[in-house]
Design a binder for this molecule. Structure first.
Ligand SMILES: Cc1ncc(COP(=O)(O)O)c(C=O)c1O
Length: 389
């Protein structure tokens, strides 16, 4: 089947088509799954583009072409988890190198930077990335990269990517951005000058809570060469079946992200009026401290809403016990709404003082707003929290 000219396609079209139509045997309109671990050579030194699935696979290549186009990169890699994407990226650094990262990023990333990389001689300083001067002060002669997560998990603080890129360039550093929370539908860090984008595709890119995966996307061919080597050497690629699931999910990314956002905004506005809710965190609310930055840097506000519950008025178990639509579960970005308690669940693995410094308290609740009807979601929350007035 002829490959159309993609130069003029918009992201919604790329998500459906890019990398997908590769089957010249039967012209299937979806990407076939090639579960083969190995591919026969025609003769020594000659094969049809693939030799061994850890190194390359046609189904996974369809996904990576798709993701590279959505993020505006020259190359992408699909890894077996989001942490595998971050771990592979971390191997860009060597003993003695130093990283500066946001203080309120995902707990698993903090664990990697704080408890694993030091065993390889790579250290990290965690700073408030809202303030470029604080980032500048943390930079040492050995610093090699800024690691940005925006919006952050779970407090939904934003980091100004353009400002971070400017600081990084002043000091010759790489800018790495975890774009999991917004997906390429709402934010493109490479277009703002970042060097590396990482994703947990487990979340919005797949969008159906039925696979764990990750992705790395870059815009510099030299960096692409190094990452191709690392992904293969470390063996962090994902299976063909998982790649196929994520590719199927990506095709509906645009419609899902718009629905997540519409619902999240409705829920956040309703929660703000609630007497049992102390504070709502959502970058789409006009009184969010980063609202202006959100409007400049993002094309949408995303589907994550966090809030502080007044546990004096409603104990946690009463809230979670009465909800019927929201499942009490970690993870996020799927079509179904989830709710969780970061203090004891997603962020329990990091030190209490780190959680407190990030603004997480025992009252903090994180919601991943799904694509159900917003009235049903609000009715479910009302059943648990009680009426607004
Ligand atoms: C922002 C962010 N980055 C990375 C990860 C790690 O992804 P995974 O669980 O797919 O390894 C997560 C997981 O929740 C996340 O929220």
């Amino acid at each position: 089947m002829a490959q159309p000219d993609i130069g003029t396609w918009r992201p919604e079209t790329l998500a459906v088509h890019q990398g997908v139509f590769q089957d010249t045997a039967f012209n299937s309109v979806t990407t076939p799954i090639y579960p083969s671990s190995t591919f026969a050579f025609e003769r020594v030194g000659v094969h049809k583009g693939f030799d061994y699935t850890r190194s390359g696979n046609p189904t996974r290549q369809a996904l990576t072409e798709n993701l590279a186009s959505l993020e505006g990169g020259v190359a992408a890699w699909a890894t077996c988890t989001g942490m595998a994407a971050l771990t592979t990226t971390a191997f860009l650094f060597r003993t003695g190198d130093h990283i500066v990262a946001g203080h309120d990023i995902y707990s698993g990333t903090i664990r990697l930077l704080d408890s694993v990389l030091p065993t390889l001689g790579v250290s990290t300083s965690f700073v408030r990335m809202r303030d470029p001067d604080e980032v500048r002060r943390a930079i040492r002669p050995t610093t090699r990269a800024l690691l940005v997560e925006t919006p952050s998990n779970p407090m939904l603080n934003l980091v100004d990517i353009t400002a971070m890129v400017a600081v990084a360039r002043e000091h010759g550093l790489l800018t790495i951005v975890d774009n999991t929370f917004l997906s390429p539908h709402f934010q493109n860090p490479l277009a703002m000058g970042a060097d590396v984008v990482v994703h947990s595709t487990t979340k919005y890119l797949n969008g159906h809570s039925d696979v764990v995966g990750g992705a790395i996307i870059v815009r510099d061919p030299k960096l692409a060469e190094r990452l191709s080597f690392l992904v293969n050497a470390l063996g962090t690629t994902c299976s063909p079946f998982d790649a196929w699931l994520v590719l199927r999910g990506v095709k509906t990314l645009a419609c899902r992200m718009e629905a997540h956002q519409r619902n999240a905004l409705a829920v956040a506005r309703w929660m703000k009026k609630h007497p049992r809710v102390l504070k709502v965190y959502y970058p789409g609310l006009e009184d969010h401290p980063d609202y202006t930055l959100a409007c400049r840097q993002m094309r949408g506000f995303g589907g994550m809403v966090s809030f502080d519950l007044d546990q004096g008025k409603l104990p946690l178990d009463d809230l979670f016990g009465k909800l019927k639509l929201f499942a009490l579960a970690e993870s996020l970005g799927g079509v179904e709404s989830l709710i969780e308690h970061p203090w004891t669940m997603s962020h329990a693995s990091i030190a209490e003082e780190t959680r407190i410094a990030a603004g997480i308290s025992p009252n903090t609740i994180r919601m991943s707003i799904g694509i159900e009807h917003p009235d049903d979601l609000i009715a479910d929350l009302e059943r648990a929290l009680g009426p607004v007035a």
